[in-house]
Design a protein around this ligand. Structure first.
Ligand code: ADP
Ligand code: TYD
Length: 201
């Protein structure tokens, strides 16, 4: 089973993934967690390029680099793990590309981005996507003390468009489960577990 977590920076994805991993492991599942971009040596190198504040990266190049990192992760780790029947949890997947490179950067028309997403994911779609929905103000507040990577320096208008992207996807895609990320960590965890209980617990 492939479970993905989406949402803007600071929405609580890593926190919830860690809790979910512990829960599923405690009931005997083998769980693999990867972050995007990253998760393989090549993908982590691409991540360094993408988040490095020294570079100015052309928006189509950026789109293709995120997609390249994803393709490598799929072939090296995700697809083999799914083949073995393991649960794979991804901290971001191609919906982030639609939201950030499509709605945020507007690097290419959305239908072309969808085609690239399909190629980069080797045709695999998530079984469940948890979208942790957070306002821009709250995201900025949670991350106020952190230094900003290249993507996070994009500014408020960019992030407002990214949120619109995730909101549109949530309306279009049945696999999306929207969770208000301003709730407490425990309440969010419980609703995630509840949504998965009939399938995995
Ligand atoms: P992401 O992986 O989406 O960037 P994190 O899980 O790293 O988000 O969380 C960002 C920050 O917000 C961390 O300091 C974390 O402790 C805090 N946080 C996570 N979930 C919540 C929550 N439900 N309420 C308040 N703060 C939270
Ligand atoms: P990361 O620190 O992993 O995200 P978070 O702050 O949510 O923990 O940084 C990854 C950044 O890359 C984040 O700003 C979102 C962005 N991104 C894209 O723009 N497109 C993509 O396809 C992916 C996977 C991430």
């Amino acid at each position: 089973m492939l479970i993905t977590f989406e949402g803007i920076d600071g929405s609580g994805k890593s926190t919830q993934i860690s809790l979910l991993k512990d829960k599923l492991t405690s009931v005997g599942k083998t769980v693999r967690v990867f972050r995007e971009p990253g998760g393989t040596q090549i993908s982590e190198e691409i991540r360094e390029l993408l988040l490095n504040t020294e570079f100015h990266i052309d928006s189509v190049t950026e789109l293709l680099l995120f997609s390249s990192a994803r393709s490598q992760l799929m072939s090296e780790e995700v697809l083999p793990a799914l083949e073995k029947g393991e649960v794979v949890i991804l901290d971001r997947f191609y919906d982030s590309t639609t939201a950030y490179q499509g709605y945020g950067r507007k690097s290419l028309p959305l239908n072309q981005i969808q085609q690239i997403n399909s190629i980069a994911s080797h045709g695999r779609t998530p079984d469940f996507t948890f979208y942790l929905r957070l306002s821009l103000d709250e995201s900025n507040h949670r991350r106020a003390h952190l230094s900003k990577d290249r993507m996070e320096r994009a500014g408020d208008e960019f992030f407002a468009n990214v949120i619109k992207g995730f909101d549109d996807l949530a309306e279009q895609e049945e696999r999306f489960i929207v969770i208000e990320a301003s709730q407490s960590i425990e309440v969010i965890h419980e609703s995630i577990v509840k949504r998965l209980s009939s399938k995995l617990l």
